[in-house]
Design a protein around this ligand. Structure first.
Ligand SMILES: *[C@@H]1O[C@H](CO)[C@@H](O)[C@H](O)[C@H]1NC(C)=O
Ligand SMILES: *[C@@H]1O[C@H](CO)[C@@H](O)[C@H](O)[C@H]1NC(C)=O
Ligand SMILES: *[C@@H]1O[C@H](CO)[C@@H](O)[C@H](O)[C@H]1NC(C)=O
Ligand SMILES: *[C@@H]1O[C@H](CO)[C@@H](O)[C@H](O)[C@H]1NC(C)=O
Ligand SMILES: *[C@@H]1O[C@H](CO)[C@@H](O)[C@H](O)[C@H]1NC(C)=O
Ligand SMILES: *[C@@H]1O[C@H](CO)[C@@H](O)[C@H](O)[C@H]1NC(C)=O
Length: 389
């Protein structure tokens, strides 16, 4: 499964089962590209740093298919609005929750286009809970009025929360999804301002998905560059939109940790990299160290080589298991215990994956996709103890 030296195996976990791409016979040491960086690490004997796993490029696709809704009924969740009781800014704190996470990945319930039924009452509850765990969240897209809903909930709860809002474009629709989300992002910024916004992330696993769909494996290959040629105009368009609004905001991109295209990364202020020990099949004892080393040696190192030196953070990391069959609350606990406070202490920026279990992912993709939450899907805390840093 894991090869060293000249061979390189790429593991991408898609909707249901892992797809294994083998990129064989890379010469080492060689070249500047991502794959070669990984191969090169093996060649240079830096295996020690990341234990037995170097040579494996891991990534995975969380199918947050994005989304917003052009249907205003669905956008406003009309029909079955849950009522909001009392003053959302006065809520009982849960003593089990501690503000220990740098950031947390969040997708609101019922916010997947075209099935929009997002409820402000739910998002308010989520902000009340999330604010007890972190001061930063990242979103994946802006369909279903997600951006406005989250900013409205932050306003009503008065919590200290910075949101990395997002536009989740589709490579195959001629900008339809992008433009639909751009419109609601623009209107949310006009309504709420930028006080609670940390940045606008354009693209989530765009290059990974593009390569997957077009038979590529190397993000900086001709195929990867074709994907970049679709994405960078959208990033540039978002910059122009912000300029028109007269606001200053960082623009970023999120992709799997080994799937950054240099042209994309050169066009943004920040990059968010998914780095999942689970998909690397590393033992739970090695998971925290593996995550950190992978991020530093692949993503931070790449950013440093680019002229714009984008800020890098871990977009998603979470649950680790001792082999895919042994996912457990105990392992989630151990990963938190070995990663969270340590990463905070050494300035590693990360978004823990994720807030709660997502039923729609379980239905749509099955496997592990729906089960990464700190909370169950009904918003009860799992049987875990939040680390206290
Ligand atoms: C809000 O959170 C930020 C970190 O995201 C922190 O720097 C700031 O001090 C916090 N503000 C308050 C009022 O607690
Ligand atoms: C959501 O979008 C609609 C417009 O489509 C807007 O009228 C509404 O106020 C927005 N915000 C919230 C929090 O629902
Ligand atoms: C930073 O934190 C990570 C996560 O726990 C840890 O694996 C790594 O060794 C730390 N790095 C340094 C230089 O302390
Ligand atoms: C994961 O690692 C274990 C040993 O740690 C190995 O037995 C298993 O085959 C690996 N699974 C995959 C999918 O590589
Ligand atoms: C994450 O941990 C939970 C238990 O908290 C478990 O149910 C789930 O399967 C785990 N997911 C993965 C991907 O390991
Ligand atoms: C919430 O979900 C968890 C996991 O499915 C379950 O064990 C628990 O009983 C549920 N709690 C409530 C109050 O529904």
């Amino acid at each position: 499964m894991f090869l060293f030296g000249q061979d390189l195996i790429l593991v991408t976990v898609g909707e249901k089962s892992p797809k294994i791409h083998s990129v064989e016979k890379r010469q080492c040491p060689k070249a500047e590209r991502n794959w070669s960086i990984v191969g090169g690490l093996a060649c240079f004997g830096l295996l020690v740093i990341i234990g037995i796993i170097v040579g494996v490029v891991v990534s995975q696709t969380h199918k947050n298919t994005g989304s917003s809704n052009s249907n205003s009924n669905a956008n406003s969740g009309s029909g079955s609005q849950k009522s909001i009781s009392g003053d959302p800014s006065s809520f009982t704190k849960d003593s089990r929750l501690k503000q220990s996470f740098y950031g947390i990945a969040y997708t609101p319930q019922d916010s997947i286009y075209p099935n929009c039924n997002i409820q402000l009452a739910d998002v308010i509850t989520d902000m009340q809970l999330l604010s007890q765990l972190t001061t930063r969240i990242r979103l994946y897209g802006s369909d279903c009025n997600t951006t406005a809903m989250v900013l409205e909930a932050i306003t009503r709860t008065k919590v200290n929360m910075t949101v990395f809002i997002a536009n989740y474009p589709d490579a195959t629709d001629n900008g339809v999804a992008y433009n639909r989300q751009k419109a609601v992002i623009q209107s949310a910024i006009q309504t709420y301002g930028t006080d609670h916004i940390g940045g606008l992330t354009v693209g989530n696993e765009f290059i990974l998905n593009y390569l997957d769909a077009n038979g590529g494996t190397d993000p900086n290959s001709a195929v990867g560059n074709q994907g970049a040629a679709i994405l960078t105009p959208l990033i540039d368009d978002s910059k122009a939109m912000l300029k028109t609004l007269g606001v200053t905001m960082k623009i970023g991109n999120a992709d799997a940790g080994s799937f950054f295209n240099n042209k994309v990364l050169q066009d943004v202020d920040y990059g968010m990299a998914n780095v999942h020990p689970w998909f690397a099949n590393v033992s739970i004892d090695d998971a925290a160290g593996w995550t950190w080393s992978f991020f530093e040696t692949i993503d931070v190192a790449l950013a440093q080589k680019l002229s714009n030196k984008p800020d890098m953070s871990i977009a998603e990391t979470g649950n680790a298991s001792n082999g895919p069959s042994l996912a457990s609350e105990a392992n989630l606990q151990k990963f938190m215990d070995t990663f969270v406070c340590q990463a905070n202490a050494n300035g590693t920026e990360y978004f823990f994956f994720e807030y709660f279990d997502e039923t729609w992912k379980d239905i749509q993709f099955g496997g592990v996709e729906g089960w990464w939450g700190l909370f169950n899907s009904n918003r009860t805390l799992k049987n875990i103890e939040i680390p206290s840093c």
